[in-house]
Design a protein around this ligand. Structure first.
Ligand SMILES: Nc1ncnc2c1ncn2[C@@H]1O[C@H](COP(=O)(O)OP(=O)(O)O)[C@@H](O)[C@H]1O
Ligand SMILES: [Mg+2]
Length: 282
C-alpha cells in the first residue's frame, strides 16, 4: 500500500522498507504491518492528542514524574503545550513499559524503536505467520481456558515482581493469541506498582477481567480470587515469580475503613467519567 505520511520519515531513515497493510485503527493508534529487510514487523502510529480524550491520560499520568512544574501545570490546565506534554507522557509510558516488561521476560512484543510517535515492534503471529487474533475473537475449551488463565496470572506476577508494573487495561481485547501462547499488548496506561495510588485497584481489575473472560469457558474460575491474593503477598514483599498461588483469599472481617471506601468510590467515579469522555472523543 502507499505508505501513510506518518511512516514516511521511518522509510526515509531506512528503518522500514514497505508498508504491507493497515491492521487496525483503534482508539489511540493505527497499527500497520511493515517490512524491514527480511522481517515483518508491526508499527503502532499514535493518534494526535486532539483526536481523543487527553483527560484520561491526565488521570493516568497524575502520579508520574513530569519534568518541571510548568509542564505539570500546563498538563493540568489542558493548554496546547500541556496537551503535547500529556501526549508525550502517554506515548513514552507505553514505550517505557514495553521495554521494561520485555527485559523482565514478560510475554510482550519485542520493541525495536520509538521515533516520531511511531513504535516499531515485533508482529505477534499465529501458527500460519499471520497477525495473531485477540483473545476476544477466539473460543476456548475448558482445558485451554484454564491453561491460558494460569499463564496470564503468572505474567501478571512477573510484571509486578520483575518490572514493578501494573498493566491497567488488561483484558481479552489487549491480549493476542500467538503461535506459542498469549502475548500482552497495549500499555500506555501502565503504572508503577509501588508509586501509584491506583495501582492496587488497577491490578484487581486486570485480574478480574482475566477471570471473567476465561470463566466463560471454565466456569469454576469465576470463584477464584487471584487478585487479592497476589496483591496481599506483593504488599508484604512476599511475592516471587515462583510463589505458588491458590486463587483463594479470605477477606478480613473487621471494622470498615470508611476513608478507604470513600477513596475507592471517588476513584471509580473519576475513572468512569474519563472512560465516557474517551468514548465520546475516541
Ligand atoms: N505487536 C502486535 N502484533 C500483532 N498485532 C498487533 C500488535 N500490536 C497491536 N496489534 C493489533 O492492533 C490492535 C490495536 O493495538 P493496541 O495496542 O491494542 O492499540 P489501541 O490503543 O488502539 O487499542 C490490537 O488489537 C491488535 O489486533
Ligand atoms: Mg487495545
Amino acid at each position: 500500500m502507499k505508505p501513510p505520511k506518518r511512516l514516511q520519515s521511518l522509510i526515509e531513515e531506512g528503518l522500514i522498507d514497505t508498508v504491507v497493510r493497515q491492521l487496525m485503527s483503534g482508539k489511540e493508534a493505527t497499527v500497520y504491518v511493515v517490512r524491514s529487510g527480511e522481517d515483518t514487523r508491526c508499527a503502532k502510529v499514535y493518534k494526535e492528542a486532539t483526536n481523543r480524550s487527553f483527560r484520561q491520560a491526565v488521570d493516568y499520568t497524575e502520579n508520574r514524574k513530569v519534568k518541571n512544574t510548568r509542564q505539570a501545570r500546563a498538563m493540568a490546565k489542558g493548554t496546547k503545550f500541556g496537551r503535547e506534554a500529556t501526549e508525550a507522557a502517554w506515548q513514552s509510558a507505553e514505550v517505557d513499559a514495553l521495554y521494561r516488561l520485555a527485559a523482565a521476560g514478560v510475554r510482550v512484543p519485542q520493541p525495536y524503536l520509538f521515533l516520531d510517535g511511531v513504535l516499531l515492534m515485533e508482529l505477534v503471529t499465529d501458527e500460519h505467520g499471520d497477525a495473531a487474533p485477540r483473545l476476544n475473537d477466539v473460543e476456548f475449551t475448558p482445558v485451554d481456558a484454564r491453561r491460558h488463565h494460569a499463564t496470564l496470572i503468572a505474567e501478571v506476577v512477573r510484571m509486578l515482581c520483575g518490572a514493578g508494573v501494573v498493566h491497567g487495561d488488561l483484558s481479552e481485547f489487549n491480549i493476542l493469541l500467538g503461535a506459542d501462547g498469549p502475548v500482552i499488548i497495549d500499555l500506555p496506561q501502565a503504572v508503577d506498582a509501588a508509586g501509584n495510588n491506583h495501582a492496587k485497584r488497577m491490578l484487581l481489575r486486570d485480574v478480574e477481567n482475566l477471570r471473567n473472560f476465561f470463566g466463560r469457558f471454565a466456569p469454576e474460575l469465576l470463584r477464584s480470587d487471584y487478585g487479592h491474593e497476589l496483591w496481599a503477598l506483593y504488599e508484604r514483599g512476599l511475592l516471587r515469580t515462583e510463589t505458588p498461588l491458590t486463587g483463594r483469599f479470605v477477606h478480613k472481617q473487621g471494622p470498615v475503613d470508611v476513608g478507604s471506601v470513600v477513596r475507592e468510590i471517588d476513584d471509580a467515579r473519576a475513572e468512569d467519567a474519563a472512560r465516557r469522555l474517551r468514548a465520546q472523543t475516541g
